[in-house]
Design a protein around this ligand. Structure first.
Ligand code: NAD
Length: 239
């Protein structure tokens, strides 16, 4: 199997896109740690659960220390945990702004600051940041969310440079999913979802499995010459 012997950390791995990512990585032979502040919604061989709020900097350091102690190394990191707190900018509260930035952006930094350098020391690794088409196109009512998702693309390019500067193949890429059928869309009215589907070339929304397949590709050696990139997985969406 393609990921035999690899250790993967997936944030937000308890459900939705993160769950599919954990399942596909484990099916390819990786030992997977699903980090999530919520409870697991499934059980699978080779997927372990670790309760973690990625916005908690100290908690992330503790997790990192414990994971390296228990599993020996981390080869793959998927920064997937993310939240929305939508509001028009004029009505957006400090709490809405701060929470989304703390989870979606600071939460990524909280782990990469340890795991990126660790990948340099073990001779390589793959970091995959789950951004969004909203980080590329922007979206009404999502100033906080779009800022974080665009920020993840900047981090992706920065870390692709920073962690490979000594010639060690630590690759860092982002995926920008289009609208994908998970709980995060629960609050979006059906007529808007229909509109989003109609904006794609394929005239439908995405499935979590379709995002996970691209994570699998970026995690393993099939993508060994790809770094610093953002792949749009959105059915050909135009906003
Ligand atoms: N579904 C979509 O349409 C879509 C589109 C583009 C990008 N994305 C991104 O994909 C990622 C996954 O989204 P999803 O649709 O599966 O959402 P989801 O709400 O179904 O799942 C998100 C998971 O992240 C966990 N989580 C939230 N805050 C956390 C925290 N502070 N610490 C640890 N875990 C936390 C949740 O408990 C949940 O298990 C997110 O980053 C989201 O922004 C989703």
């Amino acid at each position: 199997m393609k990921l035999d012997g690899k250790v993967a950390v997936v944030t937000g791995g308890a459900k939705g896109i993160g769950m599919e990512i954990c399942k596909q990585l484990a099916q390819e032979g990786a030992k997977v740690i699903a980090c999530d502040m919520g409870e697991m919604t499934y059980e699978m061989k080779n997927v372990d659960y670790y309760k973690l709020n990625v916005a908690d900097a100290e908690g992330c350091k503790t997790f990192y220390d414990e994971a390296v102690e228990k599993y020996g190394k981390i080869d793959i990191l998927v920064n997937n945990a993310g939240i929305t707190r939508d509001s028009m900018t004029r009505k957006m509260t400090d709490d809405q702004w701060n929470l989304v930035l703390d989870v979606n952006l600071k939460g990524v930094f909280n782990l990469v600051r340890y795991i990126g350098p660790q990948m340099e020391t073990i001779g390589g690794g793959s970091i995959i940041n789950i951004s969004s088409v909203v980080g590329i196109f922007g979206n009404i009512g999502q100033a906080n969310y779009s800022a974080t998702k665009a920020g993840m693309i900047g981090l992706t390019k920065t870390w692709a440079k920073e962690f490979a500067r000594k010639g060690v193949p630590v690759r860092v890429n982002a995926i920008a999913p289009g609208y994908t059928m998970t709980d995060i869309l629960k609050t979006v009215p059906q007529d808007l979802l229909d509109k989003f589907a109609s904006l794609t070339m394929l005239k439908r929304l995405g499935q979590p499995e379709e995002i996970a397949k691209v994570v699998l590709f970026l995690a393993g050696s099939d993508s060994s010459y790809i770094t610093g990139q953002t792949l749009q997985v959105d059915g050909g969406m135009r906003l």
